[in-house]
Design a binder for this molecule. Structure first.
Ligand code: ATM
Length: 230
């Protein structure tokens, strides 16, 4: 079962309102992202984390990029299907178009309602894939993301770090996307190195988790890291 765009998990949490007039605004929700290569387990781990947070009383919206909205899922099909080269700049623009729609339609409203948003991939993926991988300048990509998101950045990003050789082997040939079919191992190595560089540059936002291990061990670390913020 894949992640459903913008699926709202049921909440048992009371609105975070305090008595008295000072804090009458509901608390802004938490924006958490999962990043990493193919085969790192983002889908399964995202679903497990969402379930655990719901069980702990949080209202959780689990979503993904590209996708999560009707427009985003249509763009996802175009972006991931094989056959033909997409210019890196077109790639960057289309991923950001899907992102703009997701932020406006799903993420900002959920955060405003005090919910936890858990998103598989976000703007760091564009820096890693179109920047470090495809060679587009990072400052341009950061500006593009700023336009697409209105400056929204995750409160915490969990980088599921994995050797791409292992990740690509974990994925069956049948689920191969354009990124496995058209890009070689060196590309995926640059992407991994890029993610690690982004994480090193922002240690307060990123938590790097070794995703080469058994899924239960990875999940245990992910849950601990998520509980620091959610
Ligand atoms: P998932 O299958 O993990 O959802 O990712 C789709 C692909 O889109 C992924 N491919 N690989 N490997 C990475 C790629 N991608 C980008 O290149 N740029 C982006 O901004 C995003 C969000 C994804």
């Amino acid at each position: 079962m894949g992640i459903t765009g913008g699926r709202a998990y049921q909440s048992r949490r009371n609105p975070a309102l305090h008595s008295g007039a000072v804090d009458a605004q509901p608390r802004r929700g938490r924006f958490l992202t999962l990043e990493g290569p193919e085969g790192a387990g983002k889908t399964v781990l995202g679903q497990r984390l969402a379930t655990a947070l719901v069980a702990a009383g949080q209202a959780v919206v689990l979503t993904r990029e590209p996708g999560g909205t009707r427009l985003g899922e249509r763009l996802r099909t175009i972006l991931l299907e094989g056959g033909g080269r997409i210019d890196p700049r077109a790639d960057a623009l289309l991923f950001n178009a899907a992102r703009a729609q997701l932020v406006g339609e799903i993420i900002r409203p959920a955060l405003a309602a005090g919910q936890v948003v858990l998103c598989a991939r976000f703007a760091d993926s564009t820096l890693a894939y179109q920047g470090y991988g495809e060679g587009l300048p990072l400052p341009e990509l950061r500006t593009l993301a700023e336009v697409a998101t209105g400056g929204l950045t995750p409160d915490r990003t969990f980088l599921l770090d994995l050797d791409p050789e292992i990740g690509l082997k974990r994925k069956g040939r049948a689920d191969q996307t354009r990124f496995e079919a058209n890009f070689d191992l060196d590309f995926h190595r640059r992407v991994r190195a890029g993610f690690l560089e982004l994480a090193a540059a922002e240690p307060e936002r990123f938590r790097v988790i070794d995703a080469s291990r058994d899924v239960l061990a990875v999940f245990a670390d992910l849950l601990l890291a998520a509980k620091e913020v959610a």
